[in-house]
Write a protein that binds this ligand. Structure first.
Ligand code: AMP
Length: 228
């Protein structure tokens, strides 16, 4: 059984969802002059919406809350604050998913206070309605039960963090510190219920080796904190 409910999202689904979101915005007759992507999750949907809505102006703001996959960071912050004048513009703020809603609320408030657009509306591919503190003006999909969406643009990052979590939990619970790659793959599929291409596992392991979390000896992977 997966320990965290995860849905693997494919690129073609992103295109379909973004297309559907664009149609909803169009049907409302809102014509944005500028699209603002919330970095980093909003980048791909925002770029697709520029195409599907014929919007030329694309800028971004980095509002960060979740520092690790499926684990909430302490609070949302605006990174790299800068000021521009949007007084004459109708703006559309875009993110991939609104979960707690804290990132989008922070970005919205910052933009309204400092960039001062004529109008600002919010759009997201997905909206987790039972937990979100805000309802976006536009969303493609309402999610009624919390799940981690493994988007294609965070695949390596998520796989790396998920493997790290598996290794740490097994050490804490069973003092297991030596792994083969096959064991990791099996446990990963059991925990998360998704399958990813082998190159993600190989690269994730290399990243964990570089970070000094595991060591590779022949075909064995050794959890270094476990040895300490
Ligand atoms: P939040 O501030 O909780 O609304 O989420 C901020 C960002 O974290 C989102 O824009 C996503 O990039 C990422 N995120 C949060 N929850 C999820 C989830 N359930 N699945 C995938 N990504 C998520």
């Amino acid at each position: 059984m997966p320990k965290i409910p995860v849905k693997l999202v494919e690129w073609n689904e992103i295109v379909e969802w973004s297309w559907g979101l664009a149609r909803k915005i169009e049907e409302s007759n809102y014509v944005p002059d500028v699209i603002i992507a919330i970095a980093r999750g909003g980048y791909v949907p925002a770029r697709l919406l520029c195409d599907f809505l014929g919007v030329e102006n694309l800028i971004s703001i980095q509002s960060q809350h979740w520092t690790e996959a499926a684990k909430k960071g302490e609070r949302a912050i605006i990174k790299f604050e800068y000021v521009i004048n949007l007084e004459n513009a109708r703006a559309l703020l875009i993110d991939d998913i609104i979960d707690t809603g804290e990132s989008v609320i922070l970005a919205r408030d910052y933009i309204l206070n400092t960039w001062k657009p004529k109008e600002l509306r919010i759009a997201a591919l997905q909206w987790i309605s039972p937990v979100a503190k805000i309802k976006p003006d536009y969303y493609y999909m309402e999610v009624k039960e919390w799940i981690w969406f493994q988007y294609p643009w965070t695949r390596l990052e998520d796989v790396t963090q998920f493997i790290k979590r598996i290794i740490e939990a097994n050490y804490n619970e069973k003092k297991k510190s030596t792994w083969t790659l096959d064991e990791i793959v099996r446990e990963f599929e059991e925990w998360y219920g998704i399958q990813v291409d082998n190159r993600y596992f190989n690269s994730a392991v290399n990243i964990l080796v570089k970070k000094g979390i595991i060591k590779k000896i022949n075909n064995e992977l050794i959890y270094l904190l476990g040895k300490a």
